[in-house]
Write a protein of this length. Structure first.
Length: 186
């Protein structure tokens, strides 16, 4: 992975972050559910800067599977890794990298290579050594499109769940009508 992505080395002043754009390991949600509004925001010093399209991964207890694809600019602390595709002539899409790193295989790899027992931390060198297939940009776009649609159907309460409920309701009504339709007795 190190040939296509790197850790952010950019810095941002704590004065430029707030509860919406500060990401600590505490407000990254478990099981790949993104992030919540921060309850704690540092007031002084400098933080690791992330930008839109960066992948943020909680580096403490990798088995919690904390990951978020940034849609804004902000800052984070050393317990959150900021991974950014390198600027190498469109070799990898941000969303493709996010899907690769949110895959269960990556979290198993990260957990197996973590250091420490009580509060294991991901191994930053091992993470950058993670290997995966990298198709061309067109194929990445196709894969991302499919995975994004599937994710929306599974997780978006405004489209996926209501659509599924409506489909099951129609199915129920169809079979109910079939079961309750009788031929008239002669």
């Amino acid at each position: 992975m190190s040939c296509i992505a790197e850790y952010s080395k950019d810095r941002i002043s704590a004065r430029e972050v707030n509860s919406l754009n500060y990401v600590g390991v505490d407000n990254l949600l478990q099981n790949k559910l993104g992030k919540a509004v921060a309850s704690y925001v540092p007031k002084t010093g400098y933080l690791t800067k992330y930008q839109q399209g960066d992948v943020l991964i909680g580096n403490i207890r990798p088995y919690l599977r904390k990951i978020w694809l940034s849609d804004l600019v902000g800052g984070t602390n050393g317990d959150v890794l900021v991974i950014r595709p390198k600027d190498v002539a469109n070799v990898v899409l941000n969303r493709f990298l996010y899907h690769i790193l949110s895959d269960e295989r990556f979290f198993i790899y990260d957990n197996n290579n973590s250091k420490g027992a009580k509060m294991p931390r991901g191994n930053k060198v091992a993470i950058m050594s993670y290997k995966f297939a990298l198709p061309n940009i067109e194929e990445q776009e196709r894969i991302v499109s499919i995975l994004d649609r599937f994710d929306a159907l599974c997780n978006d309460l405004s489209s996926g769940l209501p659509a599924e409920i409506e489909a099951r309701q129609k199915q129920y009504e169809y079979y109910r009508d079939k079961l309750l339709s009788f031929k008239e007795a002669e």
